[in-house]
Design a protein around this ligand. Structure first.
Ligand SMILES: Nc1ncnc2c1ncn2[C@@H]1O[C@H](COP(=O)(O)OP(=O)(O)OP(=O)(O)O)[C@@H](O)[C@H]1O
Length: 381
């Protein structure tokens, strides 16, 4: 994967050619001051949102929505006073004023029907839904967009190191200027059972898999030949003709027989999540001259763990599992030793429980039915 391949998957590169096959979208160039805002720590919403400090509820930050009858005054006060102890500190910081940019975002949302799905050049803030009032990426005002963008690690990756896994990436290319854009797409959530990720190597479809690996959709098995044939036709009649690279990954929704909705392009390489494939498997498929491999959840037992679930885990747990904070690990071990010491007298019971625990782990691993290397930590898209 080269820098040029990543650039070709940038939304503003592919969208003009595929406009009629995808969601209606508006691209707004990001001014430098907004990029600096995204880079700074902390979340202070602009003056225009009427709420200079970060508030937990999206509704609190919605323009002209102070009289929302769904929120009672006492609930509002509780939300304000809840666990945002830093708000006193933040309120003394200056709230930004986005002027013309804010107006552009507002009118784009209006033009797209009042509800939008936000992205930057490559990624959406899909890991930040926890911060949203309704736990989705639906935005109805500029503050919704800013809050999600500021809270996402995927967005931070787009901004800080979009080429970090490219083979031609050097320290010099790290500073390569990217024309950053805000992408607002008409809010039209596809039915997850219709979404598929498609892997293309040298213009050949090598693999297709269900986009959402944590659900079993019985209908996929029934119409798998139709799905594969429609994706293949769309690839060869449209995508290969218009997309500049020969290897890439694209996401689609199979709306009905003969009707494909294009969702996104991603680079062909480990930066892109192989979902139900490991990249090792994909490379093997690329080397073979076979029909595309179609993978989907074939039964309730084949379900994978939930995507991005780790982003909603407490930071302490994430640090522990990633081994990033040895002191937390030492504390945990001390607690464990103490617990074992305390319950020394009932060791027989403990042994049974621990055995049951390891049995469960083994079962869970088997349930995914996936090779160990199937989800690399490099996957960012
Ligand atoms: N216009 C839209 N309205 C509502 N939901 C959408 C819209 N576009 C995409 N989605 C949903 O969001 C998901 C992610 O979309 P998209 O692929 O554009 O984001 P992404 O961050 O680039 O994801 P990835 O990096 O995994 O490709 C889609 O699978 C789809 O379910």
């Amino acid at each position: 994967m080269k820098i040029s391949n990543v650039l070709n998957c940038s939304f503003s590169e592919w969208y003009p050619k595929f406009r009629s096959f995808s969601f209606k979208s508006i691209v707004i160039p990001l001014p430098d001051f907004f990029l600096s805002y995204l880079h700074t720590d902390g979340v202070i919403l602009p003056n225009s949102s009427h709420h200079g400090v970060y508030t937990k509820s999206k509704n609190l930050a919605m323009d002209g929505d102070e009289d929302d009858p769904d929120i009672r005054d006492d609930e509002l006060m509780k939300m304000y006073e809840s666990d945002w102890s830093t708000s006193c500190i933040q309120s003394s910081a200056e709230a930004p004023d986005f002027g013309e940019f804010d107006i552009q975002v507002k009118s784009a949302i209006k033009l797209l029907g009042g509800k939008v799905f936000p992205k930057l050049n490559w990624s959406s803030p899909k890991d930040a839904t926890w911060i949203a009032f309704d736990k989705t990426l639906m935005c109805t005002c500029p503050s919704d967009v800013y809050l999600l963008l500021k809270s996402s690690e995927f967005i931070a990756h787009d901004l800080d190191q979009p080429f970090s896994l490219c083979e031609d990436h050097t320290n010099a290319s790290a500073g390569q200027t990217v024309d950053y854009t805000l992408v607002l797409r008409k809010w039209e959530p596809p039915n997850p059972s219709t979404e598929f990720r498609c892997f293309v190597h040298e213009n050949k479809l090598i693999g297709v898999c269900q986009r959402n690996g944590n659900k079993f959709y019985p209908h996929i098995k029934e119409i798998k030949e139709v799905i594969l044939a429609d994706i293949s036709t769309f690839l060869h009649s449209t995508v290969t003709r218009l997309f500049p690279d020969s290897s890439y990954v694209f996401d689609v929704a199979h709306l009905k027989q003969g009707q494909i909705l294009l969702i996104d392009f991603n680079p062909y390489g480990v930066v892109t999540d192989g979902l139900m494939f490991s990249w090792c498997e994909l490379n093997q498929l690329a080397a073979q001259n076979q029909e595309p491999c179609f993978r989907f959840v074939e039964s309730e037992e084949g379900i994978q763990s939930i995507d991005y679930a780790n982003y909603s885990l407490p930071q302490d747990i994430q640090d522990l599992t990633a081994g990033e904070d040895p002191y937390k690990l030492m504390d945990l071990m001390k607690m464990k030793i103490q617990k074992e010491f305390d319950s020394d007298s009932s060791s027989d019971d403990d042994t049974i429980q621990e055995n049951q625990g390891s049995e469960q782990v083994t079962k869970t691993d088997k349930k995914t039915n996936m090779p160990d290397d199937s989800r690399g930590s490099e996957n960012l898209r």
